[in-house]
Ligand binder design. Structure first.
Ligand SMILES: [Fe+2]
Ligand SMILES: [Fe+2]
Length: 283
């Protein structure tokens, strides 16, 4: 028997949240989803996550939330990181950093256990600790009885993400990439039973630059001056993969890309990250 697990890529601002509210319940029903894992590092105003939005994501049907380099952008999330079993911070942050390095959640109806871990890449991502050491430590600590193991490799370089897939081949059920916000066409099941994709793609507005208004990003890039990177609105799409996993062995059997086009939000206000100006290149 196998169960279906949905992994959803970086939810960006209100357009991303609306996509989940509109489509996740029907996806859960139509694909018989037993587990939904979602990267929510951009869910609040395009950067970070708040407790209120975290609660909403769970209500829409998300079972476990991963984050990334914007983990602490909204400080209010720290208490949630310290108390909830349904959210992890990147495992390779320094040890004292708030939040869990891995968690174990139960599948929706079959009651199987699945672990969720999130890692930050090192290439073009600042000076992060080794994700390679962090994932070994996490995998040693996760009880051996937990066969279904899911890893979010939040990284800029596809080489690092692909290497992490091979590194965990046969040890993780799913290794999915996030952070670059562009879906890749390399979803596959590796030879020892690990489902892999370099990047899920974001769940947010594609009529922009990685989910932000293109006029603002272009202004920042062409002038070198900071600009308010408000969240874009057009062409919202929910992106992710559905993976079939043998719940007894934890081996992946299939992987299928999901891309759902949503409705465009109108109204005067763009979703904004506190109106703070961002230097060119910060997403
Ligand atoms: Fe992101
Ligand atoms: Fe990121």
């Amino acid at each position: 028997m196998s169960i279906n697990i949905l992994c959803v890529g970086d939810v960006v601002g209100r357009p991303g949240r609306v996509l989940l509210a509109d489509h996740l319940p029907e996806l859960i029903a139509s694909h018989n989803l037993e587990l939904v894992v979602c990267n929510a590092e951009n869910a609040a105003g395009g950067s970070g996550l708040t407790p209120q939005i975290f609660t909403k994501l769970l209500r829409y049907g998300v079972d476990a939330v991963t984050l990334g380099d914007h983990v602490y952008r909204k400080r209010e999330i720290i208490e949630v990181l310290e108390t909830s079993d349904r959210i992890v911070r990147p495992a390779n942050l320094p040890t004292p950093a708030a939040g869990k390095r891995w968690t174990v959640v139960q599948t929706k109806t079959s009651g199987h256990e699945a672990s969720v871990t999130c890692l930050l890449g090192q290439l073009f991502m600042g000076s992060n600790n080794s994700p390679w050491e962090a994932v070994e430590k996490a995998f040693r600590e996760i009880p051996e009885s937990v066969r279904i193991r899911i890893v979010d490799m939040h990284a800029e370089a596809s080489s690092e993400k692909i290497a992490m897939g091979w590194n965990l081949n046969g040890r993780a059920s799913i290794v999915f990439g996030t952070h670059t916000h562009v879906p890749t066409a390399d979803a596959c099941v590796l030879d020892k039973g690990t489902a892999f994709v370099s990047d899920l793609g974001m769940t947010g507005p594609y009529d922009g630059v990685l989910g932000r208004r293109k006029d603002r990003v272009l202004s920042a890039l062409t002038t070198g001056m900071p600009a308010h990177f408000e969240v874009a609105r057009g062409d919202p799409r929910l992106c992710g993969v559905v993976v079939g996993v043998d719940e007894m062995t934890g081996r992946a059997e299939s992987i299928e890309r999901v891309e759902i086009r949503g409705r465009v939000q109108t109204g005067p206000a763009y979703d904004t990250d506190d109106g703070r100006a961002q230097p060119a290149g910060r997403f």
